[in-house]
Design a protein around this ligand. Structure first.
Ligand code: ATP
Length: 417
């Protein structure tokens, strides 16, 4: 097990390769797909890379594994700079979305494959003549009666212990085509685990599974990773997967890391509007407000700003207020404003309503943002229908504010705490 250090990593695909990408025909060819990525994944850490399609997650994983070459930067695994090493010498195991099992080998042999290959590379010792003869003579007997060399016995011990951990012992004699999707995924994980590598790289390994199996396998991967303590870098575009699995999450967009933090810190203190919009489901609401005389003024409401909020430099400027659906208070309170329900989804445990803000009487700006829609979480017990009028307010301690030109958080929940 080892830490993984990514230092100033940039990747530019050569022009001819970029033009063959069906999804990027008109793209400027020399624009980096990854730009100045710096990230340290601690020994034993579970790091999730999350971001929208095309942001460069898989490319970063492929660079770490050695399947792609760096344009510039350095990759260190423990004390070793691995930039010049081919994939096989990096001692890193990768699990792909497509499983990539050998179709003609049994589950046992798929699990044993990497161990046998690693052994044949590290040893020059050939099996004795007697051992080879015994293997040949007993090859067609049931597995329990076959002769195994000492090396093969060690491999068998490892394969059985991994198979036990993943609960696939009963499947060891089957071929991949005789397995369900979830079983194939566990064999793919087992193959990576059997080698006991310095690090696991996982590229959307659950995306071929149905929702229920995905949730189960998610928990299983997290438990196994904790048990084994193997440094893991896990790619997903699914923010729920990221939030539930990672010790820390690196949120990426357009080839750059936007923020690296533990899940709850990302939720509570997003560094910018992109992260605020990406993390959380349903997503955060954003409203334009103007900072005026100690207030955040919107055509539908005005919120008094606590005196310690650092907004002096924004006086008379427009900024963006962010508030999560689950943080909007519903009910008549001083300063509450009206909103009309246009749609709602009653989930049983809670209800999500889409509401339209009413324009306040003293704000008749034709370009105003009144009439804007918001998502609000309301209690499942509250009777609701289309056209219901709700009284809403934004608790100041749950408000996030973003600079309109840079998108950076001016400050957010708990920053002042
Ligand atoms: P997804 O979630 O859809 O898998 P991703 O975040 O993993 O996306 P990458 O697969 O890393 O994104 O791709 C990042 C960008 O690099 C994309 O614009 C893609 O078209 C481009 N790209 C990837 N591989 C190559 C290649 N071999 N040659 C040229 N461009 C490439």
């Amino acid at each position: 097990m080892a830490s993984v250090l990514l230092k100033n990593i940039t990747k530019i695909f050569p022009p001819q390769a970029a033009s063959t990408q069906a999804d990027a025909p008109a793209k400027a060819v020399d624009r980096p797909v990854l730009e100045d990525i710096n990230l340290t994944i601690a020994d034993g850490e579970f790091m999730v890379l999350v971001g929208p399609s095309g942001c460069g997650k898989s490319t970063l994983l492929r660079l770490i594994s050695g399947l792609e070459t760096l344009t510039s930067g350095e990759i260190w695994v423990g004390d070793h700079n691995v930039d010049a090493l081919p994939p096989k010498q990096r001692d890193i195991a990768m699990v792909f979305q497509s499983y990539a099992l050998y179709p003609h080998l049994s589950v046992y042999d798929n699990l044993a494959f990497g161990l046998r290959r690693a052994r044949s590379k590290t040893t020059t010792q050939r099996p004795s003549l007697l051992s080879s003869i015994l293997v040949g003579l007993t090859r067609n007997l049931p597995p329990a009666l076959r002769y195994q060399s000492a090396a093969e016995q060690q491999i068998a011990t490892r394969v059985h212990s991994v198979a036990k951990m993943l609960q696939i012992e009963a499947l060891l004699t089957r071929l991949p085509k005789q397995l369900s999707g979830g079983q194939k995924q566990r064999v793919a994980l087992g193959r990576a685990m059997a080698r006991d590598p310095q690090a696991f790289l996982m590229d959307e390994p659950l995306s071929n599974l149905d929702a229920k199996l995905r949730t189960e396998t998610r928990a299983q991967i997290v438990n196994l990773q904790r048990e084994l303590g193997t440094t893991t870098i896990y790619v997903t575009h699914d923010q729920t997967e990221a939030m539930t699995m990672g010790d820390r999450i690196a949120v990426m967009n357009a080839g750059k890391i936007q923020q690296v933090d533990p899940p709850l810190a990302l939720y509570r203190r997003p560094a910018n509007r992109f992260v605020a919009a990406f993390i959380g489901s349903p997503p955060m609401n954003f409203l334009p407000v103007t900072v005026k005389a100690g207030q955040l003024v919107h055509p539908s409401f005005a919120i008094a700003v606590p005196s310690n909020w650092p907004l002096d430099t924004y006086n008379n400027q427009q900024i963006t207020l962010g508030i999560r659906p689950e943080h909007i208070a519903v009910g008549q309170t001083p300063g509450a404003f009206s909103a009309t329900v246009t749609q709602f989804e009653a989930l049983g445990s809670e209800t999500f309503a889409v509401v339209t803000l009413a324009q306040s009487a003293d704000s008749r700006d034709p370009d105003s943002a009144a009439g804007q829609s918001l998502q609000v979480r309301i209690s499942a017990d509250q009777p609701i229908e289309r056209g219901s009028v709700l009284q809403l307010s934004f608790p100041t301690e749950k408000i996030h504010l973003f600079d309109d030109s840079s998108g950076a958080a001016i400050f957010s929940e708990a920053t002042l705490a």
